[in-house]
Write a protein that binds this ligand. Structure first.
Ligand code: CP
Length: 354
């Protein structure tokens, strides 16, 4: 196994700080890095639509002097002929030095990492995680809040399916963040992430109304209600447009608040808010290039042999998560980490009682 980036939890705080420090330096003097990845090839394999992640990875590699290959629509690849993930990843990792992959199935990055012959980056695995968005968010916080420590962060919208939120929580718990979770009952944060915050000693509270929380925040992180993750159009219609950040609500916010959003936006931030100097989501998208440039250099410099992450169990149960890749690609070995009476799927983090 190579040293992949599946979940930032596997990166120590000094490694994270090293990547962030270099991203800040790249932002200050990008020309100094113009040849840092000369001769290297990044494959971007996007099984799910993307503007920012895909293009910022491509921009990052081109600005480092490297080149890119890949697909942005699996129907234009042999996936359309029925090729499985294992075979695609095995072959492409022979062509490229690094792979960035987005896939709609949860745990797909963990699965791809089992077969990748080069370092692989999780560019979003369904509603599970999006670690390079978190690197982007952390660079943005360093630039526009001056640091990461002790921030009160409001997370608003689709907290159930929001992979950007899940990755951000798991990482910001290290920096003493306090979270306000603003969502409807139907889209609350998964229990395993609340357990993670409790175990990390990270304080949080849940609330329904954005206007009740906005005045206490250092950072407001808005998210889109993700139509593609709902089982039916009716369920989506019930949830959409519950939250809209508008100028009225911004009047209740602190002057030093910053508003972030991983984008794309649909209707959860009024266009007029873009003119407010506290709106930093377009700057955030630009920080994604610096974050990914730094990550690409770091992964190429620090690749090493890693042990297999598979934990085979005798009589292993099936993962109960229908969106987990193990339930879609039958050759994948089931793998669970045992925590007392609980089994945690190593692919998607779904919990089940033993
Ligand atoms: N933030 C983000 O992941 O955007 P894209 O879906 O456009 O890549």
């Amino acid at each position: 196994m190579h040293r992949h980036l599946i979940d930032l939890e596997s990166y120590s705080t000094p490694v994270l700080e090293r990547i962030l420090a270099r991203a800040m330096d790249i932002r200050r003097a990008p020309q100094a890095y113009a040849h840092a990845c000369e001769g290297k090839i990044l494959a971007t394999l996007f099984y799910e639509p993307s503007t920012r992640t895909q293009m910022s990875f491509q921009t990052a590699m081109l600005r480092l002097g490297g080149r890119t290959i890949g697909f942005d629509n699996p129907l234009n690849s042999s996936v359309a002929k029925g090729e499985n993930l294992k075979d695609t990843i095995t072959v492409v990792s022979g062509y490229a030095d690094l792979i960035a992959m987005r896939n709609p199935l949860e745990g797909s990055a963990f699965a791809a990492g089992l077969y990748a012959g080069c370092p692989l980056i999780n560019a979003g695995d369904g509603g599970h995680l999006h670690p390079t968005q978190t690197l982007t968010d952390l660079v943005t916080l360093k630039v526009y809040k001056g640091g990461l420590q002790g921030l009160t962060i409001g997370l608003c919208g689709d907290l159930k399916n929001g992979r950007t939120v899940h990755s951000l929580i798991k990482t910001m718990c290290r920096f003493g963040a306090k979270f306000v979770l603003i969502s409807t009952r139907g889209l609350t944060l998964p229990q395993y992430l609340k357990d993670f915050m409790n175990a990390s000693g990270c304080s949080f509270r849940e609330c329904f109304r954005l206007e009740d929380a906005i005045g206490e925040l250092d950072v407001l992180y808005m998210t889109r209600i993700q139509r593609e993750r709902f089982d039916s159009p009716e369920q989506y219609e019930k949830e959409r447009r519950v939250y809209c950040l508008d100028r009225q609500k911004m009047k209740r916010a602190r002057q030093n608040l910053i508003v972030l959003h991983p984008l794309p936006r649909v209707d959860e931030i009024e266009i007029a808010v873009d003119e407010d100097e506290r709106a930093k989501y377009f700057e955030q998208a630009m920080c994604g290039v610096y974050a990914r440039m730094s990550l690409l250099i770091d992964m190429l410099e620090n690749d090493r042999e890693e042990p297999s992450p598979i934990h085979p169990l005798s009589m292993a149960p099936a993962c109960p998560n229908a969106r987990c890749i193990v339930n879609h690609e039958p050759y994948l070995p089931c793998s669970f980490t045992q925590a007392g009476d609980i089994l945690i799927c190593d692919y998607c983090e779904e919990r089940l009682l033993r």
